[in-house]
Every structure is written in structure tokens, then in C-alpha cells.
Design a protein around this ligand. Structure first.
Ligand code: ATP
Ligand code: MG
Length: 492
């Protein structure tokens, strides 16, 4: 610890507490991260002062919760990790009858008690400061040696510690992939034995740990450990169904391995949570749509993107992900087959796809397709072809891709055709839109007025049909169509 990495804001909080005659230590993730040379995500300070005493020492604080934590607020800094620093009195571990909440929080005047109640040895190191640098380290459980050996080990008996708070099992897995550490064998076995306790944990806490695991540099490994420990049984058992489900020639791997590799590629690219979740779940319904064409003997997955999008909605809703995330991920999955069928990709098809998936999602659809391809074990896409797709998307984005971008509106149609308001106007607009999507040059007031007059002669039913062609189909219709395809190809 030659060069002190401790920000002055933190030093000042510690000194303020000490000047008032109390002890103050850096503890938990920040102490661990300092030894790892990582930037801490947040700073935690532990002290023998009571919450009331802490509050009197700082101009602005928020007394947060039943655990006695006082957040010291510093509005002068831009750094989000320093704006809100948690100072918590030494606490004793207490009984957890519900496996998630201590029955009552007991404060202590001994640092040892506080370190003892922490989850893992690497998180149970306390650091004292002097002149802005680290003075002493209190490491009662061999945390530093576990940091050096890259090991996650509970403080004390793993069975007991996971019995108190089942979320710690997920924290163990999440930290292991975030830090690139291994879970110590007894700790690992205890998780395997106690995995069902996860049922007692609130969905929100599970979701947050799951999302952090997905956002780690090694989400593939993370999901594999969740599976080995059977924690996955209580998070997304739908994924386990993909284990051993074989695919056709284009794929080197079963569906499970393919999904995990796709996810891993999204992580390797540092892509965001939405794309990572899309990659993880994009083929989730392959197991249930798997068929064997009796004519060709080829394995098929007709409609897996439609059913998979629905199934993913169920999973993410159950896990209480935000609606925005769910909407985006399910849309990407619904259309994920688009960029894989090279013959399908014409400029007008790209325009249609932008209508389906949304302007704001089209690039991510492309990224999902990149994950999907890498996930098959095949080499990267020919860069020439990727550039071509890029150029097509860019060009398509310049063209009209919504009804509002037509050079004629409902009023214009009524005037041109001299007809009163009715459903017919809408049908005509959709039919015009379809033409313009095929050929954006047709988007002129003159052409569209003339064409509207022509269309107004057609019967409503026929017109409706023409207009529907480019519209996103209702899910029910999609599903009906899938059944028909399966019948036609006599898939069993
Ligand atoms: P991160 O880098 O994600 O912030 P962290 O280890 O700092 O990781 P926090 O959630 O910030 O995790 O918790 C701070 C500290 O509080 C931990 O390092 C650990 O000492 C303790 N802690 C957190 N959750 C638990 C728990 N469920 N049981 C016991 N101790 C816990
Ligand atoms: Mg932390």
C-alpha cells in the first residue's frame, strides 16, 4: 500500500469520526477492491459510534434503515461513489428465522463482531487510516490470503452462514465471476446442499444479483455455476431444459451451450444488459419447437422466435425486470432470425424490420445476430457483409418508416378521393405505406394522391388485406401460422 488510493472525501469522513473519539474503518467491498487494485463501487465505513452520534458529526446525512446505516451525503463531488458514503455501526450477527432478515439488529462495540457477521473472508477485512493512507489492517479470517489465492470462502461455517441469509449463495457466485475467483469447495458444497433456501429470498434481491452476474465479465461461467449449484432451478429453470438439446449442421453445440456462448460474446463486447439477456434467452423455446422434417430429415425449430419471445416475457416478468427491459428484449428475440437469412435482407426488408423492431432497436438486433452467430462456434461474419448490412440500415433509416412520414395523411386521402371519414382511410394509408416502404421515391404528395384515388375503388376487404401485409402480425396469427408450417412440412 505505497501510494494511497483513498479519496480525500473518504479520508475526511474517517478523520471526522476519529476526532470525535470513535473508531472508524474502511470495510467490505472497498477494502477488498483496494487490495485487488480495482476501483471500489462504493465505500463502506464501520464504527463504534451509534447512528445518532454519526448523524451529529456531519452536516447532511440520511438515516437509511433498520440496520443502523447512516449515509453521509456530499453534494460537492461529482463522483457518484463519493456522494453517498455509508457509515454503519458495528453490528452483531443475530438470528435469522426467515433466512433473510435478522430478527433484530444488535449493535456492538467490538470491530471483531462486525467482521464476523460479514459474508466472505475477502469482504471481512477492515482498514484503518492515518494521514490519508492505510495504517493498519484487521484481517481475522484470512481474507488477504484468500484474495491472493482468489478464493471465495464464507466467514465461519458455510452451512450456518447460508442458513442465515440464502442470498449469500448468489453473492458467492456473482462475486466469483465478477472477480474471477473460485468458490472454495466446502462453501460450494454448502450452496449445493442449501440451494432450495433461495425460495425464501425476495425476487428483487435475486434479480439484482442475477443482473450483476450477467453484467460480469464471465456470465457464461456464472450461469454454469448457478446450474451446478442448482440455484438456477429457482431462477430460470427454463434454461436447463436446453441442456443436451441437439441442433442441425449449422451448430456445433446443444442449445444450452449455444445460448451461453451467445451471452458470453455480448459480455466480451461489453454490450448492455438488454442485449445480454436477449442473447441468453433468444433460443429458449427451441426445445419445445424442435421437430424433425420427415421429408428432409433435418432438425427444425419453426416459430421458436415467436414462442421464445413469449416465454422470455414470462421469465423476465416473473423475475420482476423493468417493463422497458422486457419490451426491448422480447422484441429483439421476436425478430432475431432476420439478419441470419441472408437472402431475406433487401433494403425494403430492412425498412420493414425497422418498423417491426423499432428505429431505436435495429442496431441491437444486428448485435444480437452477431452474438447468435459467434455462439454457434462459427467464425466471425465476413466483415464485407457486415459493412453491407450497416450501410443498408443507415440508408433505410433515412427513408420513411412510419405512417407519420408519409407525404399524405388521412385528411389528404379524404380530400383526394372525396370520401367521408371511415375505416377505409386507414386501410388506404397502410396500403400506401407498404408501397413507400418498397420504394421510398414514391413518397410524394402527387403520387400518393393519385394512388389513393385508385385504391379507393377497391373493396374494403381487399384493401385491408393489402394494408395488413406490412404490419406487424398479431401474436395469435403468428402462432396459427407456425402450426400450419409445422403441419405442411410434416414435422414430428
Ligand atoms: P460490490 O463490489 O458489488 O459493492 P460488496 O462486497 O461491496 O460488492 P455490498 O453489497 O456493497 O457488496 O456490501 C458491502 C459489504 O457488506 C460486503 O462486502 C460484506 O462485507 C457485507 N455484506 C453485504 N451483503 C451481505 C450479506 N448478505 N451477508 C453478510 N454480509 C454482507
Ligand atoms: Mg460494495
Amino acid at each position: 500500500m505505497k501510494n494511497s488510493p483513498i479519496p480525500v472525501e473518504i479520508v475526511s469522513i474517517v478523520e471526522t469520526i476519529e476526532k470525535a473519539g470513535f473508531e472508524a474503518y474502511l470495510v467490505g467491498g472497498c477494502a477488498r477492491d483496494i487490495f485487488l487494485g480495482r476501483a471500489p463501487k462504493d465505500w463502506d465505513i464501520t464504527t463504534n459510534a451509534t447512528p445518532e452520534q454519526i448523524q451529529t458529526l456531519f452536516p447532511k446525512t440520511v438515516y437509511e434503515n433498520i440496520y443502523g446505516t447512516v449515509a453521509v451525503i456530499n453534494e460537492a463531488t461529482e463522483d457518484p461513489t463519493l456522494r453517498n458514503v455509508e457509515v454503519t455501526p458495528y453490528r452483531l450477527e443475530s438470528d435469522y428465522t426467515d433466512r433473510r432478515h435478522p430478527d433484530h439488529v444488535k449493535f456492538s462495540d467490538k470491530l471483531e463482531d462486525d467482521l464476523q457477521r460479514r459474508d466472505f473472508t475477502i469482504n471481512a477485512i477492515a482498514l484503518s487510516l492515518s494521514n490519508g493512507a492505510i495504517k493498519d489492517m484487521v484481517d481475522l479470517f484470512g481474507g488477504l490470503s484468500d484474495i491472493k489465492d482468489k478464493i471465495i470462502r464464507t466467514v465461519g461455517d458455510p452451512q450456518a452462514r447460508f442458513g442465515e441469509d440464502a442470498l449469500r449463495m448468489m453473492r458467492a457466485v456473482r462475486l466469483s465471476v465478477e472477480l474471477g475467483f473460485t468458490i472454495e469447495p466446502d462453501t460450494f458444497k454448502a450452496i449445493q446442499g442449501l440451494n432450495t433456501n433461495l425460495k425464501d429470498i425476495s425476487t428483487e434481491r435475486i434479480r439484482d444479483e442475477f443482473a450483476k452476474l450477467i453484467m460480469s465479465p464471465e456470465p457464461k461461467k456464472g450461469i454454469e455455476i448457478l446450474n451446478e449449484t442448482r440455484l438456477l432451478d429457482h431462477i430460470a429453470p427454463e434454461l436447463q431444459v436446453a441442456i443436451g438439446v441437439g441442433q442441425n449442421q449449422a451448430h456445433a453445440f446443444d442449445v444450452w451451450e449455444h445460448l451461453l456462448r451467445s451471452l458470453q460474446h455480448a459480455a466480451d463486447k461489453s454490450w448492455d444488459l438488454d442485449i445480454r439477456l436477449s442473447a441468453l434467452f433468444h433460443d429458449i423455446s427451441k426445445p419445445k419447437t424442435r421437430g424433425l422434417s420427415r421429408e428432409t430429415g433435418i432438425i427444425t425449430f419453426y416459430g421458436h422466435e415467436v414462442i421464445g419471445s413469449r416465454e422470455t416475457r414470462k421469465i423476465l416478468t416473473r423475475l420482476k425486470f423493468p417493463v422497458k427491459t422486457i419490451e426491448k428484449v422480447t422484441k429483439l428475440i421476436r425478430w432475431h432470425m432476420f439478419f441470419s437469412d441472408t437472402e431475406q435482407i433487401t433494403l425494403s426488408a430492412v425498412r420493414r424490420m425497422i418498423v417491426n423492431v423499432g428505429r431505436e432497436n435495429i442496431w441491437e438486433l444486428m448485435n444480437l445476430r452477431i452474438c447468435d452467430r459467434i455462439g454457434t462456434g462459427r467464425p466471425k461474419e465476413d466483415p464485407y457483409r457486415l459493412r453491407k448490412y450497416h450501410a443498408m440500415i443507415e440508408e433505410a433509416l433515412r427513408d420513411p418508416i412510419s405512417l407519420a412520414m408519409l407525404k399524405i395523411d388521412g385528411k389528404g386521402v379524404m380530400e383526394a378521393c372525396n370520401i367521408p371519414p371511415s375505416a377505409k382511410i386507414g386501410y388506404i394509408l397502410h396500403a400506401l405505406f407498404n408501397e413507400v416502404i418498397e420504394d421510398p421515391k414514391l413518397n410524394t404528395k402527387e403520387y400518393l394522391s393519385e394512388k389513393a384515388i385508385e385504391l379507393s375503388q377497391i373493396s374494403d376487404d381487399k384493401l385491408k388485406e393489402i394494408g395488413e401485409m406490412g404490419k406487424e402480425k398479431k401474436e395469435e396469427e403468428d402462432l396459427k401460422q407456425i402450426k400450419e408450417i409445422q403441419k405442411k412440412h410434416r414435422v414430428s
